[in-house]
Design a protein around this ligand. Structure first.
Ligand SMILES: Nc1nc2c(c(=O)[nH]1)N[C@H]1C(S)=C(S)[C@@H](COP(=O)(O)OP(=O)(O)OC[C@H]3O[C@@H](n4cnc5c(N)ncnc54)[C@H](O)[C@@H]3O)O[C@H]1N2
Ligand code: MOO
Length: 397
């Protein structure tokens, strides 16, 4: 147990050493977007599963060589055609894109290159070669071929590939069930009138939407007033129920900050408390055998920064992603930046045209920059003046 303040680096190292792997599940194809494949995927079928035409036109046998071909009028091949037909040398069969090719055909001549006269087709032989516009069975992949590797994030393109081979359920790392506990007597929900001394609950919507953005939809939301007995009951219930518990507020040193004690009472092991950073210094992180608990400082910028820097990477790792603590990259600062004190600063920032604009309104209560920020810039703790152009780490949301 760490009872002293840790650096950002140490905090992240502790988390990386404690990562929890999520369970593996079979996910319906349409819900698999953004999840990580937990297994290699092998195609159950050949694709294409039958020889077919890439063009609207005429199927022929190349071996006949140059010359016209008699149009076989009793057959016509459309996409979805289930009858087999056969073509003889000297014949042509009308065919449309995606239709199965007649047995014996090997080349498709697109209709715009063909004239039909007296029941025969004519075309410029020199323009084509054997196999033109003919999609061979298995040209994309053979049955049993590896088509997608374990660890790949499912994209819309991947969904298309899996659908094309007929896979309706995808093996992925499951999202955790999360609990969200918002503490504070001062909170009022959006849509309600605001009386003196109260504030709108911003952290709830921040965290709720951030979970959803990560593909997590199983979210239990509780609110607790600053009253220890009631808080204890809620913590107990949530820890019975969820894989990951995220708490906003009540983790500082105030007389009404009961969260830390409550978590200790529940037997959650503290991994660290307080990080030498701004905002978000009083961050508390703990673990049980199978669960994460993050108690985020209540100021909205602290909540969002701590989520981005610590909670999100652990959730993504839970869901099978790799290197989740890595920044998006390092980019130059657009202007000089100076700070006092040996804390790492996480700044609301906008990455634009390859450089970082530090936005006004960096106090931890102030959300104005969130209208524009597309991520967070990290200012190392041991630097107090960074001239314009200094390369710093940038983390996108
Ligand atoms: N004597 C000290 N006081 C404080 C210290 C300290 O070191 N010594 N640390 C300060 C820092 S830094 C932070 S950050 C806050 C963290 O406090 P808590 O985690 O206990 O959070 P609360 O006191 O409950 O709230 C802090 C602030 O945030 C507002 N808040 C809370 N929940 C929400 C919400 N859901 N939506 C919007 N805003 C919320 C709350 O009204 C307070 O203004 O402690 C400092 N104090
Ligand atoms: O660390 Mo607190 O988050 O500065 O306001």
């Amino acid at each position: 147990m760490m009872s002293y303040m840790v650096s950002v680096e140490t905090a992240k190292n502790i988390l990386e050493a404690n990562l929890i792997d999520g369970k593996i599940t079979l996910c319906p194809l349409l819900e698999s977007l953004g999840f990580v494949l937990s297994e290699d995927i092998f195609s159950p079928i050949d694709i294409p599963s039958f020889d077919n035409s890439a063009m609207d036109g005429y199927a022929i046998r190349w071996e006949q060589g140059n010359g016209s071909r008699k149009l076989q009028t009793q057959s016509m091949m459309r996409a979805g055609e289930t009858n087999h037909t056969t073509i003889q040398t000297g014949e042509a069969i009308r065919i449309f894109t995606g239709a199965p090719t007649p047995t014996g055909a090997d080349t498709i001549i697109p209709q715009e290159y063909v004239t039909v006269q007296n029941g025969s087709i004519h075309f410029d032989w020199e323009r084509f070669e054997k196999g033109a516009n003919f999609r061979k069975i298995g040209a994309q992949n053979r049955q049993g071929d590896l088509i997608a590797e374990k660890g790949t994030v499912v994209s819309p393109g991947m969904v298309g590939l899996l659908a094309s081979v007929g896979i309706s359920e995808v093996p992925v790392y499951a999202a955790p069930k999360v609990g969200l506990l918002l503490t504070g007597d001062e909170l009022v929900e959006v849509g309600q009138p605001l009386s003196f001394g109260k504030i709108y609950n911003a952290n709830g919507p921040i965290l709720n939407t951030y979970f959803r953005d990560l593909g997590i939809s199983n979210i239990s939301i509780y609110k607790a007033v600053d009253e220890p007995e009631r808080l204890q009951i809620i913590l107990h219930e949530l820890l019975e129920e969820v894989d990951v518990l995220v708490i906003s507020g009540g983790i500082s040193v105030g007389d009404y900050d009961f969260v830390k004690k409550g978590l200790e009472n529940e037997g959650v092991e503290e991994l660290f408390y307080k990080v030498s950073q701004k905002p978000g210094k009083p961050l508390w992180v703990g673990r049980t055998e199978t669960q994460w608990v993050f108690a985020l400082p209540g100021n909205p910028a602290s909540t969002l920064t701590c989520f981005n820097q610590y909670v999100k990477p652990c959730l993504e790792a839970w869901m099978g992603k790799k290197n989740t603590f890595q920044p998006m990259g390092t980019f130059p600062l657009q202007t000089d930046f100076s700070k006092k004190g040996a804390l790492t600063f996480f700044l609301k920032a906008k990455l634009e045209n390859g450089s970082i604009k530090v936005l006004p309104g960096q106090e931890s209560f102030n959300l104005i920059a969130y209208g524009n920020a597309n991520g967070i810039a990290e200012i190392p703790k041991d630097l107090d003046f960074l001239p314009k152009g200094t390369m710093v780490r940038f983390y996108s949301w």
